[in-house]
Design a protein around this ligand. Structure first.
Ligand SMILES: Nc1nc2c(ncn2[C@@H]2O[C@H](COP(=O)(O)OP(=O)(O)OP(=O)(O)O)[C@@H](O)[C@H]2O)c(=O)[nH]1
Ligand SMILES: [Mg+2]
Ligand SMILES: [Zn+2]
Length: 287
């Protein structure tokens, strides 16, 4: 067996992980205090005298992107080397527009492309998402309407996901595991919504590689907090607001009640959606 091999972390537990290297899954311990997450490329050294596919993670390679979340002001990586974030939006459980806007801001600030998947259309009337569709299409976000459970409209999404590494984000019960399972053909336990305990709620971060696409199903993407983004970075997540802000009369305009604010003007004449503006203010004013 090769001595040192390079692989990717496909499953991460609290102090061990599974690494896919040269077509084999290695159960790995981690040397020292390397900070690792699912998606990381690592160098591993097979353990001498141990079971065949056991190894030690020696080193993490550079990351092309990192998705962070923060809790009580502690910044914590969730996953790395992701190209796209798929935001799952459902009517039940209800996804708020603030949740969507938060994730768009997080994605853009992490240089990861966000897109939206409206899920569970089998349980809804036609055009149930028309308002949300128009808000997000207008700002250039790609959207899909699907039923992960009944496999409706999955072809377009499948084409879009090809050759990308995508993490699905959304409230618990929005269908991340169901969709991952539908896309990969792998059986993944999903949450029984009738059970408040959420018996099959995802508890381990897993990266699935179908050969065509890479998908990450992670428990770390439900309740998010963007304390790690300073308020002045939030505006980059609201590209239409950012564009108008360059026309404000004063460079340090608060976009609330300052004179000559081009952002407020654009909200008034419908060029900026009110919900987007309100969420921008809420997110950038938080303490
Ligand atoms: N009607 C309907 N139900 C769906 C659809 N997709 C998922 N569900 C159901 O929604 C419930 C939750 O789905 P999961 O895939 O476990 O949700 P999750 O986002 O992985 O939840 P967590 O792991 O707790 O974060 C399950 O009972 C699914 O069967 C859909 O398209 N239509
Ligand atoms: Mg799940
Ligand atoms: Zn302004």
């Amino acid at each position: 067996m090769l001595k040192v091999q390079t692989g990717q972390i496909v499953e991460f537990y609290s102090n061990s992980c599974l690494v896919l290297a040269n077509g084999n899954n290695f159960k790995c311990k981690i040397q020292g205090r390397i900070n690792l997450v699912v998606g990381d490329f690592v160098e591993i050294e097979p353990l001498v005298g141990a079971d065949y596919f056991e190894a030690l993670v020696k080193k993490r390679l550079d990351r092309s992107s990192v998705l962070y979340k923060s809790k009580e002001n502690v910044k914590k990586p969730i996953a790395s080397n992701i190209s796209h974030i798929g935001i799952l939006v459902t009517k039940s459980p209800k996804t708020s527009l603030e949740f969507i806007d938060k994730w768009i801001a997080i994605s853009i600030n992490a240089s990861i492309e966000p897109f939206i998947i409206f899920n569970k259309i089998d349980a809804l009337e036609e055009n149930a998402f028309s308002k949300e569709q128009s808000i997000y299409k207008n700002i250039g976000i790609k959207t899909f309407e699907i039923s992960a459970k009944l496999l409706t409209n999955l072809n377009c999404l499948e084409k879009f996901l090809a050759k990308k590494t995508t993490i699905f984000v959304g409230n618990s019960g929005s269908g991340k595991s169901t969709l991952t399972s539908a896309m990969t053909g792998k059986e993944i336990l999903s949450r029984d919504l009738s059970n408040n305990q959420g018996v099959h709620t995802t508890s381990v971060s897993t990266l699935y590689n179908t050969g065509e696409m890479q998908l990450i199903d992670s428990p770390g993407v439900r309740d998010i907090n963007l304390d790690h983004l300073t308020p002045n970075k939030i505006i980059f997540g609201f590209s239409e607001i950012y564009r108008f802000s360059s026309k404000c009369e004063f460079p340090n305009c608060n976009h609330i009640n300052d004179r000559g604010c081009a952002v407020i003007e654009a909200v008034k004449n419908g060029e900026i959606e009110e919900s987007r503006y309100n969420n921008f203010i809420v997110l950038s004013q938080r303490k």
